[in-house]
Each structure stands twice: as C-alpha cells, then as structure tokens.
Design a protein around this ligand. Structure first.
Ligand SMILES: C[S@@+](CC[C@H](N)C(=O)[O-])C[C@H]1O[C@@H](n2cnc3c(N)ncnc32)[C@H](O)[C@@H]1O
Length: 336
C-alpha cells in the first residue's frame, strides 16, 4: 500500500502516471475527476494539457497547500472539494461532460510520514490512522472492540495469519495498560508464530486497521458505483490499487458489468440485459521495471480501467451483496 513512496527523494511519486495518461488521453481536452488528489501528481499532469479541467477530491484537508498552488496556476480549470469519493454523486455535475474518473487508492508519502496521523508502525503515541472525515480512530477500535471483532478485522482486511493470537493478546494487555502505537507493535511482534519475514511483522495489522478506520471497503464500492454514474458514454474509469483486497473489488465491479461475462448483471430498469462497460485490457497493468527500480514500493501497484459504452446512469449491480461479508466487518464500528 505504500507504493507511492520514493524514499530517497522524500516526496510524493505518482505511480503509473505515464500509463494512466495514455489511457485517459487528456491531450484531447475534457473534464476529469481526480478522486484522490493527494499531492496533485495526476491532477497537475492532466492540467498541463490544454482544454482540460480537473475536479479533484480528497478527504484530507492537509492537501490544501497543494490545492492552493494548483489553483494559482490553473485558475478556473481546477476545482477542489474536501469530500470522500463515496460522495461523488453529490457533486453538481449537470453541465459537465465527465471524460474520466481516476482513483489512486491508499495514502500519500506525506500522509504516512505525518506523525499526527500515526499510519506507520514507526509512529509513536496514541493510535490514530484517520485520513480525514472520520467518525472514530484506531485508538477507539483497539481499546473498545471485542476479541472476535478485532481478529476478524486483522484476518479479512489484513490477511493476517495470526489474527486470533494478536486479538487475544491485545484484549488481555489493555486491561492493564493503554494500547499505544508502540505497544501494539510490541504485542504483534510477540504474538507472531513466524518471526522472520521480508515485511515488518506489523504491516498487515496496520493495513487492516487503516482500512477499518477509514471504511475503505465501502468507500471503494460506493466510489466505483458513483463513478459509473457520473462518467459519460465513452468516458473512462481508471483505478490504481495497492493490495489484493482492493484489486478484487475493482476487478469484480468491472468484470461483472463488462461485455461477454457470465456474471454480468447490468440491466437498465425494465429493459433487456445489456453491459455497461467495455474492457480493453483484460489483465491489470503493472509498473515498468524502470518505475519499480526508481520507486521500489510501486511493485504492488495495479492499474485497471474500463470504458463506459452506454449512456445509462441508473444501473443495477450486485457488488454490495458480493462483498457484504466485508461491509459487515466495517459495521463493527457502529458501536464506537
Ligand atoms: C495515493 S494518494 C494519491 C496521490 C495522487 N495521485 C498524486 O499523484 O499526488 C491517495 C489520496 O487519496 C486520499 N483518499 C483516500 N481515500 C479517500 C476517499 N475515500 N475519499 C477521498 N480521498 C481519499 C488520501 O487522503 C490521499 O491523499
């Protein structure tokens, strides 16, 4: 998930930028929605082409410095909204012909390095992990949820093999002390059966907690549904993912609404079954060897895209039912 980090230059590195631009073709102009503005890497590249406009979204208000910079340079061709991309359909887009909706999921270099956010297992102090516009923090999740709930979060959102042991030890430890970031890392390290691994032993649990705190599953699902609603016929939806859970959701959504797929359930109301999307690349697009060499964490990035081939905005999808087991886990937060 940290694929947008380039450690040696200490700045944000937009992943798969060349590939994304060649797919959305801003050289022919048009309006684009950048659902994950971040440090503005994608937005700036699009705005460098004449006759383009970008509506950018980000849940994190700390992106405002970059927003201002871009606003000063591009004026009315750039509009920013501090909203979550699941709310995409609330943008007033009546007069816009949206040519592309893009997502670069996860967090930016700036966010992971921000000690206040506590997204990294190298952080210290109280647990947080809020990316912006949140109802609760990782501190509440870790200190309030029960053992079974914590275990399911680690298992399903982090693919953590030792989820039960870690959850058990957290619940035991929190009776006598507050679980801070350092304490959580210590508990994970002492709970792991396999001590040696290429990645840090806390990676999976931290990923799981971040997904839970930021409700990243429902964000992605509603983001995709609403992207398909706002993009015009012949427009493109492109998504860069960084872990298998995100990719699974994107892949299913695109595939289930594309041509020649038995799982397709797209149906304009009251009419015969018809497919909403056309897929050009059946397989995901990966960063080049050069990009991975320049920015090693980008190796986990995958880009998928579809072209909307119909002028329909009211369609049916079973994606919510398909991933209901994950939404149920997200809903543990109702008691926080
Ligand atoms: C990987 S960064 C994007 C980097 C950007 N493409 C660039 O080139 O600078 C992801 C950004 O998406 C934002 N984000 C993540 N989930 C979001 C959501 N559900 N709604 C809005 N913004 C979100 C994060 O706050 C972060 O700034």
């Amino acid at each position: 998930m940290i694929a947008t980090i380039i450690p040696d230059v200490r700045s944000h590195y937009p992943v798969l930028l060349t590939e994304l631009i060649s797919i959305i073709t801003p050289q022919y102009g048009g309006t684009f929605i950048d659902c994950t503005f971040g440090q503005g890497g994608y937005t700036k590249k699009i705005l460098n082409f004449k006759n383009t406009k970008v509506i950018a979204l980000d849940r994190d208000l700390e992106t405002l410095q970059k927003v201002e910079e871009i606003q000063n340079k591009y004026g009315k061709r750039f509009l920013f909204k501090n909203i979550k991309f699941s709310q995409l359909n609330n943008l007033k887009l009546k007069n816009e012909s949206v040519k592309g909706v893009i997502f670069d999921l996860g967090y930016s270099y700036t966010q992971i390095k921000d000690p206040k956010k506590g997204l990294s297992f190298e952080s210290t102090g109280q647990l947080n992990m809020k990316m912006g516009i949140n109802n609760f923090s990782a501190n509440e999740a870790i200190n309030i949820l029960d053992e079974k709930e914590l275990s399911q979060i680690f298992k399903f959102f982090g693919d953590e093999k030792d989820s039960n042991r870690i959850a058990h030890n957290i619940v035991e430890d929190r009776e006598t002390r507050e679980i801070t970031t350092e304490e959580l890392v210590r508990i994970i390290e002492s709970s792991k059966r396999k001590k040696k691994s290429k990645t840090h032993s806390a990676t999976k649990v931290f990923q799981a907690l971040r997904i839970f705190v930021n409700k990243e599953i429902s964000e992605l699902i509603y983001g995709l549904i609403n992207a398909a609603r706002v993009v015009k016929k012949d427009g493109i939806i492109a998504v860069v993912t960084f872990h298998s859970l995100e990719d699974k959701i994107v892949k299913y959504f695109f595939k289930s609404l594309s041509e020649n797929k038995s799982v397709s359930r797209y149906m304009p109301k009251g009419e015969e079954k018809i497919n909403l999307f056309k897929t050009i690349n059946k397989k995901a697009i990966f960063p080049s060897e050069i990009e991975i060499k320049n920015n090693p964490p980008s190796r986990s990035a995958k880009l998928r895209y579809v072209i909307k081939k119909e002028d329909f905005y009211d369609f049916e999808t079973d994606i919510l039912e398909k991933f209901d087991y994950l939404i149920k886990i997200e809903n543990f937060s109702k008691k926080l």
